[in-house]
Ligand binder design. Structure first.
Ligand code: GDP
Ligand code: IMO
Ligand code: MG
Length: 434
């Protein structure tokens, strides 16, 4: 019997920013359709090639390959203003863009009211704030689940402006309840009313693009043999169900999110590419067992240029956390691993890796669902660095022995092979197994 055609998935295994954008761009020549399945402009996916650098927020990372189509799935939330800005910065022929970009009519809209509410929610939390990107993600998914959200496909409905106004009024009441007004916050450096005006202009622009019934489109594409890669945003440890709640994002970032966010049955998922950095970073609040507060942390931040692609905030840095990686591999059914930013460790003669945790005097293999961070200590082992420039290496097999030992340690711990190693931000700085 002929093997059914399945969609592959690529997603982050840590707290986001693992290099998903770069690797999706590298893999796109093997695919004809790239589909984002969740999240929104809280994501910042960086691509570098031919001395140019782009940061994508909502648009899938296959967009620079003329031969591929790019679908924004129903699980994604869209801010029309940010989306419109993103289109302006793409530097791609408008007709090519119109042909290659498809957007789900079921995708929910992030409204100016959602942005305001996100700002007010965070401000009211004080020291307990989540460290949100303030892109309106939480309030938009809240309204989606509460069945009061606005979908892109409904925006051409004659009653849309009325429904929009009602939703806005309810957001303003919530903001007032938190002790704020719309004049207390700027959105994208603009007063609320100006932002709202530009938001509607962005919405009219999106309406000129191809809106599709994405779940039907993607399933029919698979039926006709099209190769599909689903692109995740954020990372597994920010998943709404399995991340370090409440310091998480508001969507399912795990492989199951590709099913719900694109309308794919679980039986239609093929390879699951899990991507992770050779160390760990996190932006925003929340527990981070291997976080470094010393010169090593500062060195990682500097050599890895660890500053948020969306907000510019410095990323917290720490050693690779193998139990957390194993947990992520388990949740996603990862079949192939991709390790990025290996070059960042090249300067270190020695570094550390976490192989377990000590909690209240007991050894634990997985992070508990709730714990007191100050009572949990990572069990760290020392690792000898390779301490050389990786630029001249052409395949994984050729890499230095110490780096091979690092790859083996990880593979033995999580029981999945590392098939791709990234040694720099550029498309060309990518090594495969022979
Ligand atoms: P994403 O959100 O997972 O797409 O990752 P980001 O783009 O937010 O952050 C990853 C950062 O690391 C970007 O600045 C990339 O250009 C950069 N990057 C990706 N892979 C590598 C690598 O192997 N080495 C180095 N030094 N930088 C990398
Ligand atoms: P990409 O796709 C890293 C973090 C925020 C915050 C928490 C909740 O580029 O990997 P939200 O705006 O979703 O309410 O923020 O999640 N966060 C990310 N961190 N990379 C991302 O996306 C992120 N998207 C959200 O910093 O801690
Ligand atoms: Mg990012």
């Amino acid at each position: 019997m002929k093997q059914a055609n399945k969609a592959d998935v690529l997603l982050g295994l840590q707290w986001g920013d693992e290099g998903k954008g770069k690797i999706v761009d590298v893999l796109t020549p093997n695919y004809q359709l790239i589909a984002r399945f969740q999240g929104g402009p809280n994501a910042g996916h960086t691509l570098e090639f031919e001395n140019r650098k782009y940061v994508l927020h909502t648009i899938p990372s296959g967009i620079f390959h003329a031969g591929s189509k790019n679908l924004i799935g129903s699980g994604v939330v869209i801010d029309p203003y940010i989306f419109s800005q993103e289109l302006d910065h793409l530097d791609i022929d408008q007709e090519q863009l119109r042909q290659s970009l498809l957007i789900s009519a079921r995708a929910h809209l992030i409204t100016p009211g959602h942005r305001l509410l996100d700002a007010a929610n965070e401000a009211s939390k004080g020291l307990k704030k989540i460290g949100s990107t303030l892109k309106g993600i939480g309030p938009t998914y809240t309204d989606k689940i509460a069945r009061s959200g606005l979908r892109l496909g409904d925006s051409s409905h004659p009653d849309f402006e009325n429904i929009y106004q009602q939703l806005k009024e309810s957001h303003l009441r919530l903001v007032k309840g938190l002790g704020y007004s719309k004049d207390d916050f700027k959105i994208e450096c603009m007063p609320f009313d100006e932002y709202e005006k530009q938001w509607f202009e962005g919405l009219h622009r999106i309406q000129q693009l191809q809106l599709v019934e994405s779940e039907v489109y993607i399933n029919q594409a698979l039926d006709s043999g099209v190769k599909v890669l689903a692109e995740g945003a954020q990372g597994t440890l920010l998943d709404i169900d399995f991340g370090s709640y409440p310091f998480v994002t508001s969507s399912n970032t795990i492989a199951a999110g590709a099913c719900t966010g694109l309308g794919l049955a679980p039986t239609r998922i093929g390879e699951v590419f899990g991507i992770f950095k050779a160390y760990c970073t996190r932006v925003g609040s929340g527990p981070f067992p291997t976080e470094l507060f010393d010169a090593d942390g500062e060195n990682l931040r500097k050599s890895g240029n660890e500053f948020g692609s969306t907000t510019g905030r410095p990323r917290r840095c720490g050693w690779l956390d193998l139990p957390a990686l194993k947990y992520s591999v388990m949740l996603n059914g990862v079949s192939q691993l991709i390790m990025t930013k290996v070059d960042v460790l090249s300067e270190m003669k020695q570094f550390k890796v976490c192989v377990g945790y000590n909690y209240n005097g007991k050894l634990v293999e997985f992070l508990p669902s709730s714990y007191e961070p100050e009572k949990l200590k990572p069990v760290l082992i020392d690792f000898k660095g390779w301490h050389c420039d990786l630029a001249s290496f052409k395949s994984i097999e050729e890499l230095p022995a110490e780096l091979h030992a690092y790859l083996r340690l990880i593979e033995d711990f999580v029981k999945v092979p590392i098939e791709i190693v990234s040694t720099g931000p550029d498309r060309t700085q990518t090594l495969f197994r022979k």
